[in-house]
Design a protein around this ligand. Structure first.
Ligand code: GDP
Length: 363
């Protein structure tokens, strides 16, 4: 399961956002085990409008979306890399996630104390990123010491050392490790370090309800910063999301309309996180269920089948495949077949975004 960690300074709205993610998931998928599995870990469905369309075509009894696990990683304060606050424990949680959602406070509210006294998203981002960078530097320095000795006689160690030195240089200049281009070989060699600043990041700019439609000057600052860093930005209002959940379902749309938006940003955040990870979705669809499956870009048909069950991969024969668009245009599998749009794909086939697949396999 994909894992995204929610980080940010205290009082920026992390827990509010996390709770909204979980409550929303519960409301949307009553018969599916999403949601809070530990106090700070929740599973949510990835919204995908194609699922409903496919479900209708196949007359599916159930719709099962892809999921992402969100982890609310509380406790990062200045000095964490030296063990302040929850310190190292906090950092080790981030090492385990695939992507980071960095919540930044872009709302003014005199009742909510800001840990640094004023609203200043770029300063806040700087505080967190400095801690992450210092933790990475410490990690790299320890590794360099070991690898340097091995590099005297070992070619692979020489490659790793060169990569480590590049990463170290970038971090020393205040750049995140993610901006350093590495070869595939180098990437594999440093992967084990779980570098925090090499993870993909989305900045979630948490704004007041009145700024949800228009954004504000702080959001613009975050956008510019993120662009230079190769990170994404989503505007969200944790408070609006929390309030939506308190409203009866039939009043929610009117509330969003009054704010001039279609949604509170939660869905965009989930979608953006999923997209950030560079993944593909393929579907299985029949009378029992229509379901989205997540695969890495480049996965072949047997590998995609293996996501459902390892037996499917081992015994893979072929995959009857039609693109989502062709299935929707023709209106049914049979019609797609008549038009020659249902293809029989073999072991080498690289699964495309939105493929609807039916696997043939030996048991
Ligand atoms: P965390 O420490 O980052 O997890 O922050 P919390 O989610 O606990 O939020 C801290 C306080 O800020 C709570 O009282 C929230 O209700 C409030 N809060 C969160 N998001 C917003 C927002 O968008 N606008 C306003 N005005 N308050 C918010």
């Amino acid at each position: 399961m994909l894992k995204a960690g929610i980080v940010g300074l205290p009082n920026v709205g992390k827990s509010t956002l996390f709770n909204a993610l979980c409550e929303n998931a519960k409301a949307e998928a009553a018969n599916f085990p999403f949601c809070t599995i530990e106090p700070n870990v929740g599973r949510v469905a990835v919204p995908d409008e194609r699922l409903q369309v496919l479900g209708k075509i196949s007359g599916s009894a159930e719709i099962i979306p892809s999921q992402i696990e969100f982890v609310d990683i509380a406790g990062l304060v200045a000095g964490a890399s030296k063990g302040e606050g929850l310190g190292n424990q906090f950092l080790s949680h981030i090492r385990q996630v695939d992507a980071v959602v960095h919540v930044v406070r872009c709302f003014e509210d005199e009742n909510i104390v800001h840990v640094a006294g004023s609203v200043d998203p770029l300063r806040d981002i700087g505080v967190i990123n400095l801690e992450l960078a210092l933790a990475d530097l410490a990690q790299i320095e320890r590794r360099v010491e070991r690898v340097r000795k091995q590099a005297k006689s070992d070619k692979t160690a020489q490659v790793e050392l060169k990569a480590l030195e590049q990463l170290q240089a970038a971090l020393d200049e205040g750049k995140p490790a993610r901006l350093v281009p590495l070869s595939q070989e180098e990437e594999l060699l440093v992967k084990g370090l779980g570098l925090l600043t090499r993870k993909k990041v989305i900045y979630a700019a948490n704004v007041a309800e009145t700024d949800l439609a228009s954004g504000n000057a702080w959001v613009e600052q975050v956008r510019q910063f993120a662009k230079a860093e190769g990170a994404g930005v989503v505007v969200v209002s944790a408070q609006v999301e929390a309030e939506l959940l308190d409203l009866p379902a039939e009043e929610r749309q009117a509330y969003l309309d009054s704010l001039g938006v279609k949604e509170g940003g939660l869905k965009s955040l989930i979608r953006a996180t999923y997209e950030l990870l560079g993944l593909r979705t393929y579907f299985t669809s029949g009378p029992k269920e229509t379901r989205a499956w997540t695969i890495p870009v480049g996965a072949t048909a047997p590998q995609a089948a293996g996501v459902i069950h390892s037996d499917f991969e081992r015994g893979f024969i072929r995959a009857e495949t039609v693109s989502y668009q062709d299935l929707v245009t023709t209106g049914s599998l049979n019609a797609a077949k008549e038009k020659g749009l249902l293809r029989s794909e073999g072991k080498e086939y690289v699964v495309q975004e939105g493929d609807v697949m039916h696997f043939r396999f030996n048991v």
